[in-house]
Design a protein around this ligand. Structure first.
Ligand code: ADP
Ligand code: MG
Length: 246
């Protein structure tokens, strides 16, 4: 079953002045993400990766085209329904972790349940912390945790709400290699048969761990690679950068 279906998705932003032309960032994206799939989006800086992720997850409104999540057309949803869909069925991992500094790891994880206005059992919170290997850090504030540990708390917070789709924008961008690997393994595990993961990354090995890699160039999907090696991802990106020139 397709959890995400985008058709002719475009996104433009206003120009710097009122008279300036609008800036086209996404130029007609079509993509499908199946349940259980892990899809990586790669491409040069400024190619529209983050914008695409925000449009697919309903954080940004699209300019034209269609985005269906779990068969709901995002562009037709009322604000409150879109907010509810995002809250209850989508998880988002940011490069900067986005934890609340004054709350412990455990409270940060439990908070997602409070926001969702549905009860998340204590045991779900404990289970989520255990899944990311942080049971013994539950009482620590984010400031007392390493970057990798903070990102794992952010992932636990998502797992506790059991979303259908997890979006991640450069989830390892602030982490060293070892911590990055741990986070990637958790995201890989999160795509578990019914749940999909869509991740933007500039890490070739991370991309190579995905089922499918989409190479973005100037707001369009330039290449699609099935279970590629890191070398194949590298080749596709560098080919993108240099155009016809080798
Ligand atoms: P990437 O994540 O691939 O580095 P982004 O999606 O962040 O790229 O940005 C793609 C392009 O869209 C960039 O040129 C950026 O300046 C522009 N852009 C992104 N967000 C906005 C915005 N809110 N207003 C105007 N331009 C934006
Ligand atoms: Mg980005």
């Amino acid at each position: 079953m397709a959890l995400i279906e985008a058709r002719d998705l475009t996104k433009t932003f206003p120009g710097a002045t009122r008279r300036a032309e609008r800036i086209a960032v996404l130029g007609g994206i079509c993509l499908t993400v199946e349940a259980g799939e892990m899809v990586a989006i790669v491409g040069p800086s400024g190619s529209g990766k983050s914008t695409l992720l925000y449009c697919l997850s309903g954080l940004e409104a699209v300019s034209s085209g269609s985005v269906r999540l779990m068969n709901e057309e995002l562009t037709q949803l009322r604000r409150a329904d879109l907010a509810r869909l995002r809250r209850d069925r989508i998880g988002f991992v940011f490069q900067s972790f986005n934890l609340i500094p004054s709350l412990s790891a455990r409270e940060n994880v439990a908070l997602s349940g409070r926001l969702a206005e549905r009860k998340i059992e204590r045991s779900d919170v404990d289970l989520a912390l255990a899944e990311v290997g942080l049971s013994d850090r539950a009482r620590h504030l984010p400031g007392a945790l390493s970057g990798g540990q903070q990102q794992r708390v952010a992932i636990a917070r998502i797992l506790a709400t059991n979303p259908d789709i997890v979006f991640a924008d450069e989830p390892t961008g602030s982490l060293d290699t070892v911590a990055g690997r741990e986070v990637l393994n958790l995201l890989r595990k999160a795509a578990d048969g019914t749940r999909s993961v869509v991740m933007v990354t500039h890490d070739l090995d991370a991309a190579a761990g995905a089922d499918r890699v989409l190479v973005l160039r100037d707001g369009l999907i330039h290449r699609e690679l099935l279970a590629p090696s890191a070398e194949e991802v590298f080749a596709a990106i560098t080919q993108t950068r240099s155009g016809a020139q080798a």
